[in-house]
Design a protein around this ligand. Structure first.
Ligand code: FUL
Length: 492
């Protein structure tokens, strides 16, 4: 009996993956969802955003640097990894590089014996946070900058130092900015060779630049991705920094017919500036503002990269700590464990992969791709339809006494991003037996996670219609939440 059941279960093959597909490193990165940036360096002490590169290294002198505090705050906020400005445009290196004199070695901090990357990577390892590095190719200090291969060799050497001295690195961030202007120095970066160094020394690390190869810029520095957001991109026509076309729409939304899998990352600072400025102490984004951005990045198939401008002491400022912990409280109250009103509820679907009509005796036979797989809390299982079916719907029976205002959908993206258009609706009246439905929301893409804001609603049934899909649709999760408890949280 059991083996007969197993045969039936196994005889339904899963849908074929639909190219382009994510790499293992991209899949692991996307699951992190929420990561942090640290901007720290001479600018912190000179009150600048872009240093000239001629600032004396001695200006860098934090009085109480404590990377463990950064990691503690991030862990408490639910952040999974941190990317630090190892070298910003001013060329100052936060580690004692052998390939430039402009570094912590020449600073007053710890009499030139300090190493910020060492302190942060150690704290990350101890605290269980992933460690990543930002390196700006634009270097306003290095005398070789603008000479071509000589500078590229220095940059590669610095990259080698950073990638081979501090343990595993999850993300390498290549900034595309360059403000040299028409009469400035012209350096042609050898990006293919930079990428080769990363692949050689840290094969699991994702590489960020405006256009990947692994992670793309989302086209703004405000922390949000488009309502439509494909992980795919048509790379042709895009470049890094100034080569980027003036329209950043396709970075923001991706391309349905993009040939490359390059998901978006939404970078934004918790304050107006990337670096610390005391006059911005009262301009820290509120928990509610951060929650809005978190929903429009993580909930729009992208990752959220929230910057903390570490202050002159070398600490995350208390205002910033309060705000990000306030954000965590809002996320937990809305999406934390026990908040999902769809979890384990009865489901139905008008199409199920491999389904065959069966006798009452067989009713209990498990369906490997049944709609219950979308509400079982297991991201590895999913509802799917037969090949060739690209429009189908799933219904979930809810507790009608509970109100909700968020519906969260997810696709198993290892099979590619498939859904093009969906609709969410509820019966017009609790008793009309599904004859009339009211649309709560219509949307386009889903991907890794799609948070849909819907009017505050109570309903006995919720229907998700997949209206169009690139191939048979698959949903690994449908969850239902309310921000009511979050809005009751006192502002922190
Ligand atoms: C930009 C830089 O110019 C800013 O200073 C900052 O580092 C931001 C994250 O990227 O391109």
């Amino acid at each position: 009996m059991i083996s007969a059941l197993l045969t039936m279960v196994i005889s339904v093959p899963p849908p074929a993956p639909l190219a382009p597909l994510p790499s293992t490193r991209q899949l692991a990165w996307q699951d992190l969802e929420f990561t942090a940036f640290i901007h720290f360096g001479p600018n912190t002490f000179t009150d600048k955003e872009w240093g000239q590169g001629d600032e004396p290294a001695t200006v860098f002198n934090p009085t109480a640097l404590d990377a463990k505090q950064w990691v503690r705050v991030m862990k408490e906020a639910g952040i999974k990894g941190v990317v630090i400005t190892a070298k910003h445009h001013d060329g100052f290196c936060l580690w004692p590089t052998a390939f430039s004199t402009h570094s912590v070695k020449a600073s007053a901090w710890k009499d030139g014996h300090g190493d910020v990357l060492r302190e942060l990577s150690d704290a990350c390892r101890d605290g269980g946070l992933r460690f990543g590095v930002y390196l700006s190719p634009w270097d306003r200090n290095n005398p070789q900058y603008g000479t071509g291969e000589a500078y590229n060799t220095i940059f590669r050497s610095q990259l080698r130092e950073v990638l081979s001295s501090y343990g595993p690195i999850f993300e390498v961030w290549f900034d595309g900015a360059c403000g040299e202007g028409p009469n400035g120095k012209r350096q042609v970066y050898d990006f293919p060779s930079f990428r080769a160094v990363v692949r050689e020394l840290q094969p699991d690390a994702v590489i960020f630049s405006d256009v990947g190869p692994d992670i793309r810029w989302v086209g703004n520095e405000q922390g949000w991705a488009g309502d439509t957001c494909w992980a795919m991109l048509k790379v042709a026509g895009h470049g890094i920094g100034h080569d980027n076309p003036p329209s950043t729409k396709s970075l923001n939304e991706g391309d349905e017919d993009g040939e490359s899998w390059i998901p978006a990352e939404c970078d934004v600072s918790i304050r107006p500036g990337w670096f610390y400025h005391a006059h911005e102490d009262d301009q820290v984004k509120t928990p509610a503002q951060l929650f809005d951005l978190w929903e429009r990045s993580v909930g729009h198939n992208a990752n959220f990269l929230l910057n903390f401008p570490v202050d002159r002491r070398g600490l995350i400022h208390d205002q910033d700590v309060q705000s990000v912990l306030g954000l965590r409280a809002l996320i937990d109250a809305t999406y934390g464990s026990g908040t999902d009103q769809a979890r384990g509820r009865p489901t139905a679907a008008d199409s199920i992969r491999g389904f065959e009509p069966r006798s009452a005796a067989e009713e209990l036979r498990p369906e490997p791709f049944g709609p219950d797989k979308a509400v079982d809390g297991n991201p590895a299982t999913f509802w799917a339809t037969n090949d060739g079916t690209t429009a189908a719907s799933i219904e979930i029976e809810l507790d009608p006494s509970k109100e909700f205002d968020r519906v969260v959908l997810a696709e198993p993206i290892a099979l590619g991003q498939r859904v093009k258009r969906f609709r969410i609706s509820v019966p017009a009246t609790p008793s009309n037996n599904h004859r009339d439905w009211i649309t709560l929301a219509e949307g386009t893409t889903i991907g890794h996670k799609r948070i849909v804001r819907v009017p505050t609603t109570k309903a006995r049934h919720l229907r998700i219609e997949i209206l169009q899909s690139r191939a048979c649709p698959c949903l690994s999760s449908v969850s239902v939440h309310s921000t009511r408890d979050a809005s009751l949280q006192p502002a922190r």
